[in-house]
Design a protein around this ligand. Sequence first.
Ligand code: C5P
Length: 323
Amino acid sequence: AVPDPDATGPRAGSATSVRVEAPGKVNLFLSVGAPRPDGYHPLTTVFQAVRLIETVTARRQALDARGRITLTLADPDDAVPTDERNLVVRAARLLAEATGVTEGVDLLLRKRVPVAGGMAGGSADAAATLLACNHLWGTGLGLGDLLDLAARLGADVPFPLMGATALGHGVGDRLTPLMGRGTYQWVFALSREGLSTPAVFTRFDELSATRVADAGAPAAPAEVPEALTAALRAGDAEALADCLANDLQEAALDLRPELAEVIETAERAGALRAIVSGSGPTIAALAPDSATAQRVARALSASGQCADVVRADAPVAGARVVG
Ligand code: C5P
């Protein structure tokens, strides 16, 4: 009889493990509109992928594992659950359901993006998982299908699949790549405690309520200024710094007033600009060059105002198979 390959284990020639890397992000521009009936906010944003890299390794299981999806952290962290609450597990489950896969997978996650820091680390993990399982299981989805699945997992999940620099519309999930040149030097000041994204959006709504009452109409998100896309095309860090904007910054600073001092420290040490990254509490400082970035990082470390300081250049590529 002809052996049934599915009954005898992995398909001939298929890998037993797939390793994928995916980047964290910083929002160069984030304009937030009034909430929709479902609570989500329409927004216009510019994402840039930074060299803080999450790694997901997907391993084929023994045949008796009965389709379980397991997650192990390379560095155990109480703030990162390993059950269904983790977007990694939900990403693998969603891909399996969407493609009819009944095989399970053992996932190993190594984190370098700060947890709950406004840098979409969890979203990068989910994006990496979609790509890793797509390869391991041989489900063969193209980038378009993976982007659709990613958007169902969260507003920030599609971007790490794409990487580089991109314009985000919708709730941040509809992407258009942006042309650019050059490399930017970022310094990130990490906080001891994360901020919950929904909590920051809620505070944004509270702070906006007064303004909306004054102005009489709910705000739609603003378009990206031409000066920003021009700065990116020119690779001009100084011009880009002038265009950095984040509508969630006021809400994040309202919840964590001490972050204002971190911004001041970074700018006094030579950063062109420092802003709250996404929903925070990470502060992203843009430096004009590598030597200044080092100076800014040292000043932030010495200030005692942050839990950790990391440097990263940008932009970098989106999720890719590395092994
Ligand atoms: O989609 P994601 O899980 O990344 O979003 C986390 C939370 O952030 C949402 O539940 C929502 O409260 C808030 N959010 C929002 N508007 C967006 C994106 C996120 O209100 N465009």
